[in-house]
Design a protein around this ligand. Structure first.
Ligand code: MG
Length: 453
């Protein structure tokens, strides 16, 4: 872990007891508590083996500087986010490394609205950490810790309120839930059951060693799930990541669908009931998101890649629905953070409403071919290379909010983004044909290679 910058793209992450030692987390949480001026803080954690150790260090750090802690225990990240906002807390801390391998853990800091704190607040916490600028509370003012393990029941119940139980119950759907031994096991099956679905589960014992599959729900990590869907004959399957903020769906035939297509389906039904609404999605999402918006009278707001950017943009613009290609669905009337469980409830409710198969509904959406590539470029040259690409880009539309995205008349596009972690540029392209997709990639790969030399 870089000692200068603690916070990465998604909180403070590292290997437990190597980067994230109890003493490091203690000091970090003394800094976080100082930043929150000794307010009331929710603490929750995912199911990782180092979770109990690090959440004890978290609570010790927060209470030592006078914060009051409400401990919700093991819970999905979006559940801790929801409760932070619902209980009008001053902030929250989640001990999670999301989809990372089991040896990792992390500290995610939430603002009072439940959304991750902005970059400027991360810098303020790092500054307190660097100068050890906390002061221990007098013994009389050490913070109290309240345990509210039933918070997850409130979360499960409150998701159900956004859907029509009667319609779902009548449809008699059966869902297969695969939390991948993550904490989604504690929420997603219960929400679907509460809505009236029959629910089967697999890998649903919470186990921080992730014995069954890697905790990121990518198509290659879900091959066995295809077989399970076919064997059980369910209407759909949902696979979650380790902290259950992302959901990837399989149709009744066992085909894995990527997140921006299921987002587009949810978007279609949302827009049918809510004409003229804005949808928020990162520039890396498929064109299908904009196609659906146009067809149903909505409009798309593109953001930088990252869930916090989507959440903050939704708050800023009042948009009610957001989505990401990696399986993040954000629904502001619940809370504008990504939530794998609410995504599952949306899909169940759409299937119930339409009485159609998930493969049929997704098959009706416009489809595109996509391709990815990366080009090596030294970090110090990235900025200049990016400027030159912007200058050379020719298209019907250009978006420079994150890297450069160039659209062409036929709606094909290419996105060229500098990686935040590696000395490379990442290229993503999408077009109506495979040939056109490869042509876009090879043209721009050549340009980036020439500039990066
Ligand atoms: Mg996650």
């Amino acid at each position: 872990m870089n000692t200068m910058r603690l916070f990465g793209t998604n909180g403070v992450r590292g290997v437990a007891n190597v980067d994230l030692t109890p003493s490091m987390v203690l000091k970090l949480c003394q800094s976080i508590g100082t930043f929150f001026r000794s307010g009331r803080i929710t603490v929750g954690r995912d199911g990782r083996l180092s979770g109990p150790m690090l959440s004890e260090a978290t609570m010790a750090g927060l209470t030592s500087v006078g914060c009051e802690v409400v401990d919700v225990g093991v819970a999905p990240t979006p559940c801790v986010q929801y409760l932070t906002q619902l209980w009008k807390m001053d902030g929250g801390v989640v001990i999670t490394a999301s989809h990372n391998p089991p040896e990792y853990n992390g500290v995610k800091v939430l603002a009072r609205d439940g959304v991750e704190i902005p970059r400027s607040d991360e810098l303020a916490i790092e500054e307190i950490y660097r100068r050890q600028g906390w002061s221990s509370a007098d013994w009389r003012h050490v913070g109290k810790i309240f345990s509210r393990r039933h918070g997850i029941d409130t979360y499960v119940h409150d998701i159900g309120r956004h859907f029509d139980r009667e319609t779902v119950r009548k449809a008699g759907l059966t869902a297969l839930v695969d939390p991948g031994n993550g904490v989604g096991a504690l929420a997603t099956p219960y929400v679907l059951r509460d809505l009236g679905c029959g629910v089967r589960t697999i890998n649903s014992n919470v186990d921080g060693s992730f014995p069954s599959r890697p905790s990121e729900p990518t198509p290659q990590n879900l091959k066995y799930l295809t077989e399970t869907v076919r064997a059980l004959g369910v209407d759909f399957a949902v696979a979650l990541d380790g902290d259950a903020d992302r959901a990837i769906f399989l149709d009744e035939k066992g085909h894995v669908h990527w997140g921006d297509r299921t987002f587009a389906l949810i978007e279609q039904f949302f827009l049918a009931d809510n004409k003229g609404e804005k949808l928020v999605t990162p520039v890396s999402s498929s064109q299908v998101v904009e196609d659906v918006a146009k067809a149903y009278g909505g409009s798309v707001i593109w953001t930088r890649v990252g869930s916090v950017d989507v959440s903050r943009k939704m708050l800023e613009t009042g948009a009610r629905l957001g989505g990401e290609e990696n399986g993040g669905i954000f629904y502001a009337p619940h809370i504008p953070v990504r939530d794998g469980t609410i995504a599952a409830a949306f899909i169940a409710s759409i299937l119930a409403k339409t009485q159609e198969k998930l493969s049929t509904l997704l098959g009706r959406l416009p489809s595109y071919y996509n391709a990815k590539e990366k080009v090596v470029c030294p970090n110090e040259k990235k900025e200049q290379v990016l400027r030159e690409i912007q200058g050379r880009a020719r298209g019907s539309r250009i978006e420079t909010i994150d890297g450069v995205k160039v659209w062409h008349k036929d709606n094909s596009w290419i996105l060229i983004r500098p990686s935040g972690t590696e000395p490379v540029f990442r290229l993503f392209a999408e077009a109506k044909t495979e040939d056109e997709t490869s042509r876009l990639i090879s043209t721009y790969k050549q340009i980036v290679e020439d500039l990066a030399k």
